[in-house]
Design a protein. Structure first.
Length: 126
């Protein structure tokens, strides 16, 4: 089985030596997405809620480029620089997913690339 890089202009370009996602068989491993606007490559203006929405939009674009959708996400990892935003992340997540929700981890971290307050990575099943 070979691996295939997934790339879309509808999500931010990689800011390092990695792919937006890699497909291996019927599984797609999505790299972490921070709240970059794909057109400007700048962190979106606004509060943590705006950042979380942008991350989900970026993840959705990569899922769609791989031939899937957010509904196919099996595992989601959420990284927050302030775990006080955990409830906000949970509430916004329900706008993008329905039951059964993906398996998930939420982790507090000291810092994220480019000063982002949130990053998410996922595993997608096709």
């Amino acid at each position: 089985m070979t691996r295939q890089a997934i790339k879309t202009d509808n999500a931010p370009a990689a800011i390092g030596p990695y792919s937006q996602a890699i497909r291996h068989g019927d599984t797609v491993y999505l790299s972490g997405q921070i709240p970059l606007n794909p057109e400007t490559m700048q962190i979106v203006d606004g509060d943590i809620g705006e950042q979380i929405h942008r991350v989900f939009k970026n993840l959705r674009a990569v899922c769609e480029a791989a031939g899937g959708s957010l509904d196919g996400i099996l595992k989601l990892n959420v990284y927050l620089t302030d775990l006080g935003n955990f409830a906000t992340a949970n509430q916004i997540m329900t706008e993008y997913f329905s039951e059964p929700f993906p398996a998930r981890a939420a982790v507090g971290v000291a810092a994220l690339p480019l000063g982002a307050e949130v990053e998410m990575e996922a595993v997608l099943g096709l």
